[in-house]
Write a protein that binds this ligand. Structure first.
Ligand SMILES: Cc1ncc(COP(=O)(O)O)c(C=O)c1O
Length: 347
């Protein structure tokens, strides 16, 4: 398997323009501000980061949320086809948790319908479809190197073949704009999550994303060659992540967890698994117990339609996928410390 810096280099070569940005959400915002399309309606997966929803809305676009298959954790080609019929002129391909979506078929569908594809590699840098790297299929790519990602070297990148988008990206970053979660958003999110645990209701999430704004802030961005340099310290991470997934899978299966898919070509972000048919509070309690034993675990994304319409959401696939979802880390620290601890725990 290639090293991450070789894979990254190959993706870079496919694009005429590459611009560092403060974060991947900014890259999407920039693309949407300048892309020329028939409509301003974008298809995004129900399960994605809420900052992406905020970037879409800040750019003046209408989000069209596409439900996921609970088994695969991603939208089907048919649901993307339906989104195109509903007037979407851009599709953001999320490749959630490092699992590549069917980008080959999707690119063809989009080309036939004059729909633009944005490849989101926030969680899937280095992943492949039939031996071809994600990020080499479409004209526009967004990448996040945020601190929770597989390669947490900081900031993000926008890649495009569109000069107007590139020029705007330069202006946007020279003026130091970025998408920011305000303290009011963070507080509302915390309260909404607490309400979800207490009442199983999504209503408190409604509209809180409106407190995530494009603002002028302070940041300094590295040059593209610095990203390449910094990725070298994760040289073998692509194959190591898959190996760690398989090691952890064996440990967790013995403890009665159901393990999520590791698709061919995936570079897993975290290991998704389910421990029985739990509600949000029950799975949080399982996680809290694991955390007390120094094992890091995380959870679900709130389905994005909860932010738009609270409890009136109909994303059955996303809700089913989330039910009892627990995510274990797959980084070096997990391998060195947490898998041993986990082996000793009686569930
Ligand atoms: C799938 C996905 N896309 C985009 C983003 C946004 O990345 P950033 O935080 O760099 O804006 C995230 C962040 O969590 C993500 O998980």
């Amino acid at each position: 398997m290639k090293s991450i810096n070789e894979a990254f280099e190959e993706i870079c070569l496919k694009h005429k323009y590459i611009r560092p940005v403060n974060r991947a959400s900014d890259a999407l915002y920039i693309i949407l501000k300048k892309i020329q399309t028939k409509s301003k309606k974008i298809a995004i997966s129900e399960i994605c980061c809420h900052d992406i929803l905020a970037a879409v809305i800040e750019a003046g676009w209408e989000p069209f949320l596409v439900d996921i298959s609970p088994k695969r954790g991603s939208p089907s080609i048919n649901s993307y086809r339906a989104a195109i019929h509903q007037g979407c002129s851009v599709i953001l391909v999320t490749n959630l948790y490092g699992n590549p979506e069917n980008i080959k078929q999707l690119s063809q569908l989009c080309a036939e319908n004059k729909v633009e594809v944005v490849e989101d590699l926030a969680q899937s840098l280095g992943a492949k479809v039939r031996n071809k790297l994600l990020g080499t299929f479409g004209k526009h790519v967004i990448i996040s190197f945020g601190k929770t990602k597989q390669f947490p070297i900081g900031n993000g990148l926008l890649m495009t073949n569109n000069e107007e988008i590139f020029d705007y990206a330069k202006a946007f970053t020279i003026d130091k704009f970025s998408l920011v979660e305000t303290p009011k958003f963070r507080k509302s999110y915390f309260v909404a999550q607490k309400k979800l645990f207490e009442t199983n209701s999504f209503d408190s999430f409604k509209n809180i994303h409106k407190e995530i704004k494009i603002k002028k802030i302070k940041y300094d961005l590295p040059k593209v060659k610095t990203f390449k340099q910094n990725l070298k310290k994760f040289k073998n991470e692509l194959s190591l992540r898959r190996e760690r997934f398989l090691t952890l899978k064996e440990i967790l299966e013995k403890k009665g967890f159901n393990i999520g898919l590791l698709k061919e070509g995936a570079i897993p972000w975290r290991l998704n698994c389910w421990y029985g048919n739990r509600n949000y509070l029950e799975s949080k309690e399982i996680s809290d117990n694991l955390r007390k034993k120094n094992i890091r675990v995380s959870h679900w994304y709130i389905p994005l339609s909860a932010f738009l319409s609270g409890d009136k959401i109909s994303c059955e696939g996303a809700k089913m996928f989330n039910k009892g979802l627990i995510q274990f880390w797959l980084d070096k620290r997990a391998e060195e410390k947490e898998y041993n601890l986990l082996n000793k725990i009686i569930m």
